[in-house]
Design a protein around this ligand. Structure first.
Ligand code: AMP
Length: 286
């Protein structure tokens, strides 16, 4: 039997026509933006979306505007047939898969310019990144006219940036964050894990392990600077070649905490580190 696939639309006009039909029937619509190469983390967002809306729309678009020229836009894993099959398996109603010209027509000249929560961490390591993310997500929200949109805590700073953009631009959509889906050994699921060699995949578990150790130390009243230093040392020892950041930050605005104990603050530990050619990011609540 041929695998079941969800309906696929490739133009904004077709997306809007389908959503309008659902809304006319009184149905709520949830949008789950992705770059494809779907895994259980993405699928958990669809399933959570189904508890907030009658209809779920997944978008798959590898967004050129959020990659710098030296980054992995060309090699980013792509596979629409498999993605469509996985979406059908969890009952997703519609796949929006526009091409680059549909999203960025010739002459496209608009970019969302951000300050504040977008500036540290990923914003410092990848200066073009959040402008590209905010631009494409804003477009997707306006294109789909979704009632609710879901984003993973896996990309914790991205979730905070999107909440900020939606508030600042009065976009009429509810943003929901979803917990990070992890492999059995604790590594966060990510499309980029496909880049890891078998040896690197084994070594990668040091990332969640180092974060858990830091969470334990800080929650027990230990110094934040010492927990951060110990985390970096553990990653280098495990074979990571570069650490962009291993920081305990304030959970809401991502301002710096420490160097002493966390006190009453609500913290978030955020890490980006390189294992060979692969850049992994992860975060946990403190
Ligand atoms: P991406 O395709 O990597 O751009 O991710 C699309 C959405 O899935 C984003 O909201 C991510 O935060 C979310 N996501 C990615 N990995 C995970 C994961 N392991 N658990 C939960 N959500 C995830």
């Amino acid at each position: 039997m041929a695998p079941k696939t969800p309906k696929i639309v490739r133009t904004v006009a077709d997306l809007r026509a389908q959503v309008a039909t659902w809304k006319a029937a009184g149905e709520r619509v949830a949008l789950i933006p992705t770059m494809g190469a779907l895994h259980q983390g993405h699928l958990s967002l669809i399933t959570l979306g189904q508890t907030h809306a009658q209809r779920t729309v997944a978008s798959v678009f590898v967004n050129p505007k959020q990659f710098a020229p030296h980054e992995d836009f060309d090699s980013y894993p792509r596979g629409e047939a498999r993605d469509a099959e996985l979406l059908a398996g969890v009952g997703c109603d519609l796949l929006f898969a526009p091409n680059v010209d549909e999203m960025y027509a010739p002459g496209f000249s608009t970019t969302i310019n951000l300050t504040g929560v977008s500036q540290p961490l990923e914003g410092a390591a990848r200066p073009q990144f959040f402008g590209g993310v905010a631009t494409v997500v804003t477009k997707l929200l306006i294109q789909s006219q979704a009632d609710v949109a879901l984003f993973g805590e896996k990309d914790y700073q991205q979730l905070q940036v999107i909440k900020r953009v939606v508030k600042d631009l009065d976009l009429p959509v509810e943003i929901i964050g979803a917990p990070t889906a992890r492999a059995e050994d604790g590594l966060a699921l990510s499309s980029r894990n496909a880049y890891l060699s078998p040896e690197e995949r084994i070594a990668a578990v040091a990332l969640p392990d180092a974060m858990k150790a830091a969470v334990r130390a800080v929650a027990a009243g230990g110094r934040i600077d010492e927990a951060e230093a110990a985390g970096k040392t553990a990653l280098i020892k495990a074979g990571f070649r570069q650490i962009d950041y291993f920081d305990v930050r304030e959970a809401g605005d991502l301002s710096r905490l420490g160097p002493g104990s966390i006190g009453e603050a609500e913290g978030r530990i955020l890490v980006a580190a390189w294992l060979g050619k692969t850049r992994l990011i992860d975060n946990m609540a403190v």
